[in-house]
Design a protein around this ligand. Structure first.
Ligand SMILES: Cc1cc2nc3c(=O)[nH]c(=O)nc-3n(C[C@H](O)[C@H](O)[C@H](O)COP(=O)(O)OP(=O)(O)OC[C@H]3O[C@@H](n4cnc5c(N)ncnc54)[C@H](O)[C@@H]3O)c2cc1C
Length: 229
């Protein structure tokens, strides 16, 4: 009998984020740095089996000069466990391929995010937050946790009454955790990481971007070094 793993369990290669409530795992990858330099060298009809110093110089040249199409020959598939509002930000990246758990199909494993630290609204930047100074952390987090639980209770009550899952899920908050698969080539992954491991990005998605760097670094060590990771 083939074994079936629960989708809400991370694969062996994963990094936990958001105080352990979220995670991102590496499901599989295709290609490595040799693939990139071979794709670049096909212009000259050349191919090599391993990297040497000239290849590292070539990698740097490609990045510096935005000769990025060879990066598209290597790809990564991740599984991501995150709150819905982070899923929304992530899925704006249209060059990735996604498949997500469907709350039309299943009611299992409903769980919600409670921020490890509640931040204050930034005064000058309307989309940003700042470190808390005046906030009562414990009170704010207790309110969030209570609302999360009340939403899940309402969901189960509606389903218990006979309401279909696809409508009952409307009672669930943005803090609901979701799980999706996401596949991307290296060129578009680097674009994502530049935007999302940035001080302009929300703290939560930034945690995932930092974790992804950790997961892919062993496959692109020279590129990671050139990029200063
Ligand atoms: C700090 C921050 C704040 C943001 N705030 C908001 C916000 O307030 N509201 C909001 O709606 N979004 C917001 N976004 C999302 C942002 O506008 C982009 O949708 C998101 O970052 C994905 O970037 P992208 O389009 O470059 O990536 P991808 O979708 O992966 O596309 C990669 C590249 O492919 C090209 N491309 C892809 N699709 C097209 C297309 N249809 N036409 C032309 N070129 C295309 C572009 O060159 C693009 O840069 C924010 C993003 C960040 C990082």
């Amino acid at each position: 009998m083939p074994t079936e793993q629960h989708a809400n369990e991370p694969p062996p290669a994963h990094v936990r984020v958001l105080d352990g409530q979220g995670w991102v795992g590496l499901v599989s990858h295709m290609g490595d740095e040799t693939t990139i330099v071979n794709a670049a060298r096909v212009s000259f009809g050349k191919r090599r089996e391993s990297m040497d110093e000239r290849d590292i110089v070539l990698l740097k040249y490609m990045l510096d000069n935005r000769h990025t199409s060879p990066l598209e020959h290597i790809a990564f598939t991740f599984i991501v466990h995150c709150p819905l509002f982070i899923r929304s930000q992530w899925h704006r990246h249209r060059t990735w391929s996604y498949n997500e758990i469907s709350r039309r199909y299943t009611s299992v494993d409903l769980e919600c995010y409670v921020p490890p630290e509640v931040r204050e609204q930034a005064e000058t930047n309307r989309q940003a937050s700042v470190d808390p100074v005046h906030l009562d952390q414990a009170a704010a987090k207790a309110l969030i946790a209570a609302h999360n639980q009340a939403s899940i209770d309402l969901y189960h009550r509606l389903v218990g009454m006979g309401v279909c899952r696809e409508q009952a899920r409307g009672s669930l908050p943005q803090n609901l955790m979701t799980t999706f698969w996401a596949t991307v080539d290296l060129h578009n992954l680097l674009h994502f990481l530049e935007l999302r491991d940035s001080e302009h990005a929300q703290w939560e998605i930034r945690q995932y971007a930092v974790a992804i760097k950790q997961l892919v670094k062993p496959y692109i060590p020279n590129l990671a070094h050139i990029l200063g990771w």
